[in-house]
Design a protein. Structure first.
Length: 247
């Protein structure tokens, strides 16, 4: 089954239209043309006293509706008014009777360099919980043949800790080397976690794997002799021997 990580709502221009109506501010964007265009427009001329007497406070809604009509619709309205004297139009579910005395139209050409438009809004919903769940779902697994050895394969780029530092045992001889490795990793802006418990090294590897730590550096008796450590990669369990300076 799929995992829903994001909800996307296509709000169209509904939200900006509502904000425009309430705030009385045109929340439009403008698109400039590469070259000016010549277009035909039906330019309305309103007789506002007649509209005001007929529609009172709703007169502005009627004016706005007619002004924003596409050319073809405005031309059809003009033709119907000429032929019949009046036309019933519907605005937001309300019917209005428009007469020739209220409005006339001039069919003319107009040169325009751009156009205003009301942007459509895409509203994404990213839930932190959804994203975290998706990461865990794809990164969590168990090693073959042992379901108790569980691994969180977080990418190093998002793992909270990049490296664990593990002295082989609680022997005091390892303490200065463990501190040095932690200091050098910190100076390199690499987050690390030192596990100096007396738990067996294998169990501490497993514990770091469950925490999603990509790499582990082990300090052992050879470190004391030649300043080298074991670098282990979490997913493959492969190990290489490197100097502390290179780790």
């Amino acid at each position: 089954p799929g995992i829903e990580c994001i909800g996307i709502a296509d709000r169209s221009c509904y939200d900006l239209t509502c904000h425009t109506e309430v705030s009385k501010v045109d929340l439009v964007a403008r698109r400039e043309f590469a070259e000016p265009k010549v277009v035909r427009v039906m330019e309305p001329a309103f007789v506002k006293p007649v509209l005001g007497r007929a529609f009172k406070k709703q007169a502005d809604d009627v004016i706005k509706h007619i002004t924003n009509l596409p050319y073809e619709h405005a031309r059809d309205l003009d033709a119907a008014l000429t032929a019949n004297g009046s036309v019933d139009i519907n605005i937001n579910g309300a019917s209005f009777k428009i007469t020739r005395e209220m409005v006339t139209f001039a069919d003319k050409e107009k040169r325009i360099s751009g156009e205003n438009y009301l942007p459509h809004v895409i509203e994404p919903s990213f839930g932190v919980g959804r994203i975290l769940y998706a990461i865990l779902e794809h990164a969590f697994w168990a090693r073959e043949g042992d379901e108790q050895r569980q691994v969180l394969s977080l990418s190093p780029s998002i793992a909270p800790y990049k490296c664990s530092v593990l002295p082989l045992s609680a022997n005091e001889v390892f303490e200065p080397f463990t501190a040095r490795v932690v200091r050098e990793l910190t100076d390199a802006n690499l987050s690390c976690k030192a596990d100096e418990s007396s738990t067996q090294i294998g169990r501490r590897y497993a514990r770091a794997d469950e925490l999603g730590i990509p790499y582990a550096i082990t300090v052992d008796f050879r470190t004391v002799d030649d300043q080298t450590v074991t670098l282990r990669e979490r997913d493959s369990c492969k190990q290489v021997r490197v100097s502390i300076a290179d780790a």
